[in-house]
Design a protein around this ligand. Sequence first.
Ligand code: AHR
Length: 498
Amino acid sequence: TPARFTLDPAFGIGAVHPRLYGSFVEHLGRCVYTGIYEPGHPQADTDGLRRDVLELIRELGVTTVRYPGGNFVSGYRWEDSVGPREERPVRLDLAWKSTETNEFGLGEFMDFCAKTGMEPMMAVNLGTRGVEDALRLLEYSNHPGGTELSDRRAAHGAKEPYGIKMWCLGNEMDGPWQTGHKTAEEYGRLAAETARAMRMIDPGLELVACGSSASSMPTFGSWEATVLEAAYDQVDHISLHAYYEEIDGDRDSFLASAVDMEHFIESVVATCDHVRARLKEKKRINLSFDEWNVWYQKRPNPHQVEDWQQAPRLLEDVYTVTDAVVFGSLLIALLRHADRVTAASLAQLVNVIAPIMTEPGGPAWRQTTFFPFAQASTYGRGRVLRVDVDSPTYPTARFGDVPLLHATAVMDDESGDITVFAVNRSQTDPLPLEIDLRGVGAHTVAEHLALADSAPEATNTADRPDRVTPRPATGTAVTDGVLHAELEPLSWNMIRLT
Ligand code: AHR
């Protein structure tokens, strides 16, 4: 039996916010050093940024970039990272038991953003630091001039203020692993007071409060409610973080990871709106899904890493075709909630659980997960249409019966073009798909690209960087207002209709 759905422009979810296609650069492993920054590399520009990596970031279509952490931010001393390089101190990074040279700092990050056209999304340290330091960093970054800190920025070569609009109030403060970990009450007060003070400098900021670091946290749900009760007026977003992996060979459940992600999003929306009702507030809090990905956290690191190394090989997951299909399904989950998920960050950008990999002194290449992101960022712009699938299901141990089809559709209201993103979760069978297009008028198939492989474990590596790429699918056509396609087993698909 085919999977089916109907598209009608009268039934929309919401506009896709460009910030949905954000990513994340943390001082972690080789994300910064030998990832984006490697002076002496044959591809390095005059600032030490790798041109091959900059090119891939542009191709990936990343809109915003969260920085400098992650767990790293909870010990971050931003002033160590600015000014003359030779005077910058070398510090211990407690989060990743590494050594931070501060060779790449705030100014270099802003240059990196300018060169790639990405909007910075800065995090303040609410682990070892607090209100005063957040104000100092904000003044250094955004005040035009005439004060000690803003003049210091100008003296460091940036006469114009950075104008950073979006700020995260700490990172994963609910996690016992976090330096300066806090209870919900402690964090809620601190977030509210930090936000209130930051807005005294710049009322136009957009501020993100920390939600739970996973929906499996024991405090999930009550953490969000307590934090928002304290900080509702002062913040615009609450954060969500989620990572998925195949556990004990249960691939069927892994392929259904987005069921968990959608449930997570809907639970946080409900909590935000519950607090809104209790406080008799008008505005709504939106969601910043500022860490999401596939991450094999349970696997041991294949690289020998001693403590306190500089740029060690950490979290260098190599993604398969299967991972890319799950990854695409996570993107679909975000798009299906575009009305409330108005920012998201793929964690992370280079080398560390990343779509782009590099070798020091060597090449840069695209992982399998690169492709769904690049396609969605290029074509998933406009308004998300409501997609209610009628699909055959398959049994999973974690989520019960799950539809084989996971899909969304985005319409460009100006051109009328529609892009469908769809995943077939079956490991064994092709899935016939029928989309009723009569509500959207005459359309023809411009392109159907599929990411699938007879070897679902296939990966891209330095030796074979193009082993896995999307390929055109055949036979997709519109007849009498109905699109007919066949989705390969275990596949991610993009179908463009004009
Ligand atoms: O992205 C890797 C880490 O995952 C981040 O530093 C932290 O915020 C999360 O636990």
